[in-house]
Design a protein around this ligand. Structure first.
Ligand SMILES: [Zn+2]
Length: 210
C-alpha cells in the first residue's frame, strides 16, 4: 500500500489538468519540452488502435480541447478533453490493470491537484488516466483487472476544471505523468472527421461506433 500512496502523492504534485474549456489553469512544469515535441510524434493507424472511445456505443461527445492545444493545460502535451456531462458513465478504453484510483474530492472546488482519477496500465506498459471524475463515483479498485468497456466511474468536475468533462490522457509508461511522457493515440471506433493521421480534431462530435 505504501508504494501506491507514495505514487499517488507524486501524481498529485505532477498533475497537469485541463483548465476546462478555455479557462484558466496552466499546469506548471519545471522544464517545458521542446517546441517540436508535439510535431515529431506519430499516430497509430486507427484500424489497428487498441483504444476505443470511453463511452457507450452509439453515444456521441465533442472533443473540445485536443493534443498540444495552445491554451490551458494541454500545451506541449497529448490529451483529449471530451464534453461528457456530470454523471455520464466512463468506460475502459482498453483492457488492463487499475494502478491507482481516487474519488474523494468534491466536484466544484476548481483546485489543481483535487482531480479524481482512475489510472489503468496496459500490457504494453502504457497508462491511460481518466480524470475529473465525479466525487464518490469510482467503480473499480486498485489492482483490479478490467476489460475494454468496463464501467470505471462517472464524469464530473473535480479539480482544475471549468465545467464537467473527461480529461483522457495516455502515457508511455508509469514512470512519469508529466507532460513529456504523454503519447499520441487514436481510436478504432471513432465515427467523425479526424486528421489524416487519425488524430481527433477539436470541435468535432465523435460517436462511439461498433
Ligand atoms: Zn484536459
Amino acid at each position: 500500500m505504501s508504494r501506491y500512496f507514495t505514487w499517488l502523492l507524486l501524481v498529485a504534485f505532477q498533475i497537469t489538468a485541463c483548465g476546462g474549456g478555455g479557462g484558466g489553469g496552466s499546469g506548471a512544469t519545471a522544464t517545458p519540452p521542446p517546441v517540436s515535441f508535439c510535431s515529431t510524434q506519430t499516430f497509430t493507424d486507427p484500424a489497428a488502435s487498441p483504444y476505443v472511445l470511453p463511452w457507450n456505443m452509439g453515444a456521441s461527445y465533442t472533443m473540445f480541447q485536443g493534443n498540444c492545444s495552445t491554451l490551458g493545460g494541454h500545451k506541449d502535451t497529448f490529451a483529449y478533453d471530451f464534453d461528457l456531462g456530470m454523471g455520464d458513465p466512463v468506460f475502459a478504453s482498453r483492457e488492463g490493470q487499475v494502478i491507482a484510483v481516487n474519488d474523494q474530492f468534491s466536484d466544484d472546488d476548481h483546485i489543481e491537484g483535487h482531480e479524481n482519477n482512475v489510472f489503468i496500465e496496459h500490457a504494453d506498459s502504457t497508462v491511460i488516466r481518466y480524470t475529473h471524475l465525479m466525487q464518490g463515483s469510482a467503480e473499480v479498485l486498485t489492482g483490479q483487472q478490467v476489460v475494454q468497456g468496463d464501467l470505471l466511474g462517472l464524469a464530473g468536475n473535480s479539480g482544475n476544471s471549468a465545467g464537467p468533462h473527461l480529461h483522457f490522457q495516455a502515457f508511455r509508461d508509469r514512470s512519469s505523468f508529466n507532460k513529456p511522457n504523454a503519447i499520441p493515440i487514436t481510436f478504432s471506433n471513432a465515427v467523425g472527421q479526424t486528421a489524416a493521421s487519425g488524430e481527433l480534431l477539436e470541435g468535432v462530435l465523435y460517436m462511439a461506433g461498433g
